[in-house]
Design a protein around this ligand. Structure first.
Ligand SMILES: C[S@@+](CC[C@H](N)C(=O)[O-])C[C@H]1O[C@@H](n2cnc3c(N)ncnc32)[C@H](O)[C@@H]1O
Length: 270
């Protein structure tokens, strides 16, 4: 390694450390922070500008989905205290704490029944860039005691999800995984990659095909948002339908399309 490489590596480490001093970034997957910091420094930015740009990018792809208060301990306590018949209502309240699942709430009951209802009860599922979606487990056609791999980029979120999944009698395997590093080494009957591709493409334009090819599951559900976080919707359905058609072209997939009010969904079987 040359002295120049050493200096660049040291600079990335300093930017990563500075970014992670902010409370909102401390719990993020270190590999993702490192990747974004290196990319921002690679654009020729100085230290301060690289810290700011790294935080902005991480906020856009992950932080912006959360509400003002993220209170995993209180959320878990509310769930534990809820009698069985009220658990779904509490889960609905919690699903509303992340913008992506909040948007799906009005049709969460029909979503999984429509997209996965004809499959045998699912024994292993991997939910990639999952957000709080694992909290929708009661609406999914899962086998009793199913193994639920829930992967995203926040450590405390993973701890919380494992506890919640255990409450549902499921085997929670939540953890952090940066999908920009590739698909995780997990085999499952069904993989969910819901509304994640636009986020991932902000950092790697060519990721979608490579990632879906790498996912070790015979059924992969890929979806796209039909509204931006800011509420704009114009042209998104057409543009993402074209995105998926390009992805599927030349791949031997059986594809079923489902149109929900704020989400365009494709089930891939291969
Ligand atoms: C639009 S949300 C979708 C959440 C969930 N799949 C759903 O549909 O409810 C995008 C998610 O991607 C996660 N994310 C962003 N970059 C990621 C990365 N490089 N690897 C894994 N997850 C990532 C964010 O933390 C966020 O939870």
């Amino acid at each position: 390694m040359s002295r120049g490489d050493d200096t660049a590596t040291g600079m990335v480490a300093q930017v990563v450390a500075a970014v992670r001093r902010g409370a909102a970034y401390r719990d993020l997957d270190a590999g993702l922070v490192h990747r974004v910091a290196a990319a921002e420094l690679g654009k020729g930015r100085g230290f301060k500008a690289a810290v700011k740009a790294t935080r902005n990018k991480l906020h856009q792809v992950a932080g912006a989905y959360w509400g003002a208060r993220v209170e995993f301990d209180a959320w878990l306590a509310a769930l534990v205290a809820a009698p069985e018949e009220e658990r779904r209502a509490v889960l609905r309240t919690l699903l509303a704490q992340h913008a992506s699942t909040r948007e799906r709430l009005p049709f969460v009951e029909s979503f999984y029944a429509t997209v996965l209802g004809d499959l045998p009860p699912i024994r292993t599922l991997v939910d990639l860039a999952c957000g709080l979606n694992p909290l929708a487990w009661p609406w999914m056609p899962l086998a009793p005691g199913a193994v639920y791999h829930a992967l995203d980029v926040y450590g405390q979120q993973a701890v919380f999800l494992n506890r919640v999944l255990a409450l549902g009698g499921l085997v929670g395997r939540a953890g952090t995984w940066d999908l920009l590093a590739g698909a995780p080494p997990v085999c499952a009957e069904v993989a969910l990659l819901l509304k994640a591709i636009p986020c991932l493409e902000q950092l790697d334009k060519g990721i979608a095909g490579r990632l879906v090819d790498e996912i070790a599951a015979p059924v992969v559900v890929v979806s796209y948002p039909l509204r931006s976080l800011g509420g704009r919707a114009k042209g998104m359905a057409e543009s993402y339908a074209r995105h998926f058609d390009a992805l599927a072209a030349g791949r031997a997939w059986r594809v079923t399309r489902f149109d929900f009010p704020t989400e365009l969904v494709y089930r891939i079987e291969r």
